[in-house]
Design a protein around this ligand. Structure first.
Ligand code: PMV
Length: 361
């Protein structure tokens, strides 16, 4: 594992207690990551918009470990209540990254974490949750060892570590736009971590809105990790991975020039293909809901009638993401309120937009 460092061990006498807090956002992929190999490496490059208002805030409290032990000593409180299922997941994650942060074994850790989005909104929280944890670990390393004072090196390591928790989390580290996965088209791109893309894109993408329609908030039937697994024996896997590269090529052009029509065409094609892959998997399943389809049709009809650049995307769930630039907000918001909000559970949609990335508090 790159970044393994057996030297990051503390002199027991130098450990003081303290805490670190990071707020880290979710992201929406325009070209999707679906299918992985080896240890969380993507079968194709993906590119996402970093969100602003959908985030996880995580505080990592640390103190010298009272009772020596093999694994990691950690307690986790989610929105104020001890959550053993999440705690178990985080313990496994921290034990996995012990070769990178061996000092974690020397501490008693307590995590307090909460999401900005409603508990049952059905919003994927792994990207924001795992990136917040990875950022806390990197800050802790830097506080103890002063090894990550270079911002670029810090971000790259945080992205690498976040990836080991949840693939899509590695993209949440960067403002506005991030690319994860090796492609000859972007120098410096890597399967191991994401890289920032905002500087290579037209400024219109920094004004993008993503209003998330909460069509259904129940837990999904098939998890993303099971979905990735189904890509191993998927009849269309190879075609998908090639197609994603073709879409990325076109998207990169549209990002440079500000060509919103091409951007939107790819966003919608990728969203539909993601769900088509689920529906054509060796054990097929459907995560779309009837209202998801109606909402997609209404977005396309509104676009056809008005000519406004409004498009949709989807994550691995039924909630539709409505994407549009700031310049049309006064036309689009009334449309969402009148025609899309009634399709949402309790009329709920979340107003989000391209954001500046994580923040240490
Ligand atoms: O990061 P994971 O393993 O939860 O996978 C997420 C995959 C999608 O959200 C469906 C697409 C993506 O690229 O974010």
């Amino acid at each position: 594992m790159q970044y393994e460092n057996p030297k990051l061990v503390l002199e027991t006498s130098e450990i003081e207690e303290g805490s670190i807090t990071w707020k880290s956002p979710s992201n929406i992929a325009i070209v999707k990551y679906w299918g992985k190999y080896s240890d969380q490496l993507p079968q194709n490059p993906s590119l996402s918009i970093t969100l602003e208002t959908s985030f996880t805030q995580t505080t990592l409290h640390y103190a010298p470990r009272k009772q020596a032990g093999q694994g990691v000593s950690v307690e986790l409180y989610f929105e104020g209540t001890r959550n053993e299922a999440f705690e178990q997941r985080v313990r496994k994650y921290f034990e996995k990254i012990l070769p990178i942060f061996p000092f974690l074994r020397q501490l008693d850790l307590k995590i307090e974490t909460a999401n900005s989005f409603p508990h049952s909104s059905g919003i994927a929280s792994s990207a924001s949750a795992m990136s917040a944890l990875a950022l806390c670990c990197c800050t802790l390393e830097d506080e103890f060892f002063h090894t990550l004072d270079d911002d670029e090196a810090f971000d790259r390591k945080a992205s690498y570590v976040a990836r080991l928790g949840s693939g899509s989390a590695c993209r949440s580290i960067y403002p506005y736009l991030a690319l994860w996965g090796e492609t000859g088209e972007v120098p410096g791109s890597s399967n191991l971590y994401a890289i920032p893309m905002a500087e290579q894109a037209h400024p219109v993408y920094q004004t993008f809105h993503d209003d998330i329609l909460i069509i259904r908030s129940d837990e999904k039937k098939v998890s993303s990790s099971a979905g990735h697994g189904l890509m191993h024996n998927h009849p269309f896997a190879e075609a998908r991975f090639q197609y994603a590269r073709k879409n990325l090529h076109q998207l990169l052009g549209a990002l440079r020039t500000g060509d919103l029509e091409t951007f939107g065409k790819i966003a919608e094609a990728e969203a539909l293909m993601l769900h088509a892959l689920m529906m054509s998997a060796p054990s097929p399943y459907v995560l779309l809901a009837p209202h998801t389809i109606t909402a997609m049709e209404r977005v396309q009809a509104f676009r056809a009638e008005t000519g406004h650049p409004v498009y949709f995307s989807l994550d691995a769930g039924p909630n539709l993401h409505v994407l549009y630039p700031e310049s049309v907000i006064h036309e689009v918001r009334p449309f969402i309120d009148e025609q899309l909000a009634p399709l949402c559970e309790d009329g709920l949609y979340l107003q989000d937009w391209a954001g500046e990335g994580p923040e240490q508090l």
